[in-house]
Design a protein. Structure first.
Length: 227
């Protein structure tokens, strides 16, 4: 065997021993690492099953806390909105959640009644507006008829006009005075009905004609008219 072959054989043997030793150290290190309960930074490792359970528990705890916070905010908002739940800070008395719910129910019922009351008042006002528009239209018709009617040469003086108006108002007030006036609601509803019944154009014309005849038959007014 030549010297070259001996050299190569010895070198190859030493090389294989180094490789084997290195691989053996790596395997031992990996086995040690897999068996060690700590990571490379010295932190204790947690098994994957326990880690997943812990995460689920934390997520459940967070969700439960959010739910409780939402309920708490809801009660606080109810206390701010419902007047009967607004406690006096100086008293130091804390209202219970059951009382908050009960007073909230009572307040909702009160609001429903107020809404119904306002709707009834609105309906009454709409009827009154309609009645006033009818009266306005009747007066406009009367004015047009008066403007188109031939003028009487024997016109009334200003004093007689005032006397006629005074007598008309006195006669109208006799029927108006009988209306119930115990409350504003009764007065408005009854006055609307009174206007529709007593302020019709043909009735007003009769009252005015009758009043003019009465005034003209008065000697004092006749003298004023001639003067």
């Amino acid at each position: 065997m030549s010297l070259e072959n001996i050299f190569h054989g010895t070198y190859e043997k030493e090389y294989k021993m180094k490789i084997k030793k290195r691989c053996g150290d790596t395997v031992q290190t990996d086995e040690y690492s897999s068996m060690s309960p700590f990571d490379s930074n010295g932190q204790q490792l947690v098994p994957s099953s326990k880690h997943g359970e812990q995460r689920r528990r934390e997520a459940h705890t967070q969700a439960e806390q959010k739910r409780r916070d939402a309920i708490k905010r809801g009660y606080e908002e109810l206390q701010d909105i419902v007047p009967m739940c607004q406690q006096n800070e100086t008293s130091g008395y804390k209202i219970s959640k059951a009382a908050v719910l009960q007073k909230s129910i009572e307040y909702i019922s009160f609001l429903h009644k107020e809404k119904k009351k306002q709707e009834d008042e609105l309906s009454t006002l709409q009827k009154e507006v309609m009645a006033l528009r009818i009266i306005q239209k009747n007066y406009e018709t009367m004015l047009q008829n008066q403007q188109t009617a031939p003028h009487n040469e024997n016109t009334l003086s200003e004093d007689m006009k005032f006397e006629v108006l005074k007598n008309v108002m006195d006669e109208m007030f006799i029927s108006f005075e009988t209306l119930p006036m115990d409350s504003f609601a009764e007065l408005t509803s009854s006055s609307t009905a009174w206007v529709e019944e007593h302020c019709k154009p043909h009735l007003l014309r009769k009252i005015v004609d009758r009043t003019i005849q009465k005034v003209q038959s008065n000697p004092n007014c006749s003298e004023q008219q001639h003067n």
